[in-house]
Ligand binder design. Structure first.
Ligand SMILES: [Zn+2]
Length: 348
């Protein structure tokens, strides 16, 4: 009996500890949520969303449910001054002090649910926003490659994937695909190698993965994760939504040659401007972490005619912020109290 008691007790203890932690977390969260009026963030906060109510093709938690999005928006509208991205950039450019609690909302990757689910809620709260769209899905009807990659792993029946990529970090890899978690781990391990590759090489890698997985290489998640149509983009653009570029093919711009990076920047801008009949002024760097853009990319972005560019480097922007490296905070599928609690980390 004794043999069983000890683990039982430690199991109970662990459960109690977890519960206590959870309680502390939630009371902190509620405190942050209720204390919204006292919330103070110095500088410009830019939030980054992806899908609203949509697909599990994104990383876990990246698609925010409609319910949570509505709750988050309600909290933001009550506690912050939600400004259009161009006003926010104008403040940074002027170098004047930024009023506390200034916030701008952004959406990356151009999911159709941004129009169907997010737009009505944004209108309800009078909240302006910016949406960053990559143009290859618009012009060629092909989904962005990170989602195609995930889709291949969703469709496969294979229990294992073997690759022979001696020149990549993955190397001669064998991936166990026996569970959803293992498949996710394989995607996470492979993605950096595809991010680092130039587009033609990346397509070859995707084809090789599809072959290895026994899945049709043309499999496309367009039906499961549909993107904004040109018509929807026009309506959004006429309705307080700033449409920005997210390049053509969603590459890490720092891994491209100058010529190819410039082409991604100018071609996407041109396509969107033709579709919208108005200027496209802002860019969101695909992937957007510090290794995915550099001074050269910033320079090319400016030369392509953009006025500012957004990263995924987490942080709040002070008055001396670099206009071509604006920081953002990624938002996850959290109920409003947890969302407020996470945001409170940046409170002054
Ligand atoms: Zn993106």
């Amino acid at each position: 009996m004794k043999k069983w008691l000890a683990p039982a007790r430690s199991r109970r203890l662990r459960a109690a500890q977890r519960l206590a932690l959870k309680a502390a977390y939630y009371s902190g969260a509620l405190h942050a949520y209720r204390g919204a009026r006292r919330a103070r963030i110095h500088g410009l906060t830019v939030l980054m969303y992806h899908s609203i109510g949509g697909s599990d093709l994104l990383g876990p938690g990246l698609a925010v449910s409609v319910k949570n999005f509505a709750g988050q928006l309600e909290y933001l509208a009550r506690s912050f001054d939600i400004v259009p991205l161009d006003s926010a950039v104008g403040m940074l450019r002027a170098g004047a002090p930024i009023p506390d609690n200034t916030i701008a909302l952004t959406f990356d990757d151009g999911f159709r649910d941004n129009y169907e689910a997010a737009f009505p809620l944004l209108k309800r709260y009078g909240a302006p926003a910016a949406m960053f769209v990559a143009t290859q899905p618009l012009t060629d009807g092909i989904s962005l490659w990170p989602y195609r990659l995930r889709f291949l792993f969703k469709k496969t029946q294979a229990r294992e994937l073997r690759l022979n990529w001696p020149r990549t970090t993955v190397g001669r890899g064998a991936f166990n695909l026996a569970s959803a978690r293992k498949r996710r781990r394989a995607v996470d391990a492979l993605e950096p190698a595809l991010i680092a590759a130039v587009p033609s090489e990346r397509e070859r890698m995707l084809a090789e993965i599809a072959r290895g997985l026994g899945v049709d290489v043309t499999s496309d998640p367009a039906d499961e994760a549909p993107i904004l149509t040109a018509e929807q983009l026009k309506i959004l653009s006429a309705g307080d939504i700033e449409i920005g570029s997210h390049t053509v093919t969603h590459p890490a711009l720092s891994s491209l040659s100058c010529t190819d990076a410039a082409e991604e920047l100018t071609a996407s801008k041109k396509t969107l401007e033709a579709a919208l009949g108005r200027r496209v002024r802002f860019l969101a760097y695909p992937f957007g972490a510090s290794q995915h853009f550099n001074a050269e990319v910033e320079d090319l972005t400016q030369k392509a005619g953009y006025e500012a560019a957004l990263t995924t480097v987490p942080g709040v922007n002070g008055r001396s912020a670099d206009l071509f490296a604006i920081k953002r905070l990624g938002v996850y599928d959290d109920p409003p109290a947890i969302f407020a609690f996470k945001l409170s980390r940046w409170f002054a």
